[in-house]
Design a protein around this ligand. Structure first.
Ligand SMILES: [Zn+2]
Ligand SMILES: [Zn+2]
Length: 352
């Protein structure tokens, strides 16, 4: 069969500029590569950061996107785990599986990978994508999960779980505050429930997102629009504070809420992408036995998340607010960029 030489893709053209345009179909470059036909992709908050010009490593002409589900079209000579025709989940993290970081399970710091899709190499918001180190960077897609549910496992579910819930050490009976109810905060909310915490307090400034958090398992909601979020959380915990505070916004104000509500022995797990310094309140925290964690998603929990989703323990599809055909990619961006108005969570684009 003759494949088309061209495909449509979302291309970055410098700060504030993107286009949905024709690009040549990617070709294998190394024996460990696979070419995947994208059947579903989604837009990430990180893509919006790139479009603002916040991620200088992204050069003009780069195809965006690091999340996707697809079908393997071609494989390099060294790929043994997947054959053409296999339906696959594309991890947002590419990993060789052999370097020192990979051997520690820290795939995000892979010497020949990490977050490169839609960043240092062309990404998934396209008809086809080249996946380096395909054996380690793709996952067999179980037939029981549809494309829209599955694409939540490329990035947001592992990120919310690993960087929020796991780094925060959420345990049975814990009181957890999640600051920020965007897709990542909500991913932390749903995956935290795997550990049966006693309370899941969600803090946000958007009524709609708080209402969604409630349907996804939040036990208490705090609308922080009046600037009294810290007071409210302290009231809800009888002045004790929370065992785990998950920061899922990336602003000094949201980080402050987290450090101000930590109970003695508390753990602050930062997930938010910070563009500015925060003031660490060591003058109060030094006696409080607290732990602060940071990190990039490694996606080493993807197999576990796949199994939990298949078993119905997680419902990733609930994080999808909009589904559009692939050709409406620009409209998808528009919806995602105006989330407060459109009530967007994850916007999924499907190939026809
Ligand atoms: Zn992302
Ligand atoms: Zn590696």
């Amino acid at each position: 069969m003759q494949l088309p030489a061209e495909m449509k893709a979302i291309v970055y053209h410098g700060p504030g500029k993107k286009a949905f345009e024709e690009r040549p179909r990617p070709a294998l470059q190394k024996a460990t590569d696979a070419i995947v036909k994208v059947v579903a992709t989604t837009i990430c908050g990180t893509d919006l950061h790139i479009l603002k010009g916040d991620v200088p490593a992204v050069v003009e002409g780069r195809i965006l996107g690091h999340e996707g589900v697809g079908v393997v079209e071609e494989i390099g000579a060294a790929v043994s785990g997947f054959a053409p025709g296999a339906r696959v989940l594309i991890s947002c993290i590419t990993s060789c599986g052999r370097c020192e970081a990979c051997k520690k399970g820290m795939y995000s710091h892979c010497a020949d990978g990490g977050w490169i899709l839609g960043h240092r190499i062309d990404g998934t918001q396209a008809g086809y994508v080249r996946i380096p180190h395909a054996d380690n960077s793709l996952y067999a897609a179980p037939p029981g999960l549809d494309d829209a549910a599955l694409v939540m496992l490329s990035d947001i579910l592992p990120t919310g779980f690993e960087v929020g819930v796991r780094n925060g050490g959420v345990k049975p009976g814990d009181t957890v505050a999640i600051v920020g109810a965007g897709p990542i905060g909500l991913a932390a909310l749903v995956t935290a429930q795997l550990y049966a915490p006693a309370e899941l307090i969600v803090v946000d400034l958007d009524e709609n997102r708080l209402a969604i958090a409630k349907t996804l398992g939040a036990t208490k909601l705090v609308d922080g629009r009046d600037g009294r979020a810290v007071e409210r959380v302290m009231e809800l915990t009888s002045g004790r504070g929370v065992d785990v505070a998950i920061e899922a916004v990336g602003l000094p104000s949201s980080f402050d809420v987290c450090q101000d509500v930590l109970a003695a022995g508390g753990r602050l797990a930062n997930v938010g992408v910070h563009g500015k310094s925060v003031a660490l309140k060591l003058e109060t925290l030094w006696t409080r036995n607290v732990t602060i964690t940071t990190g990039l998603v490694d996606t080493d929990t993807t197999p576990m998340l796949l199994k939990s989703s298949l078993a119905g323990r997680l419902s990733p599809r609930k994080l999808v607010s909009h589904e559009l055909p692939f050709g409406e990619m620009l409209k998808g961006y528009d919806i995602f960029e105006h989330a407060a108005k459109t009530k967007a969570l994850k916007v999924v684009l499907r190939a026809g």
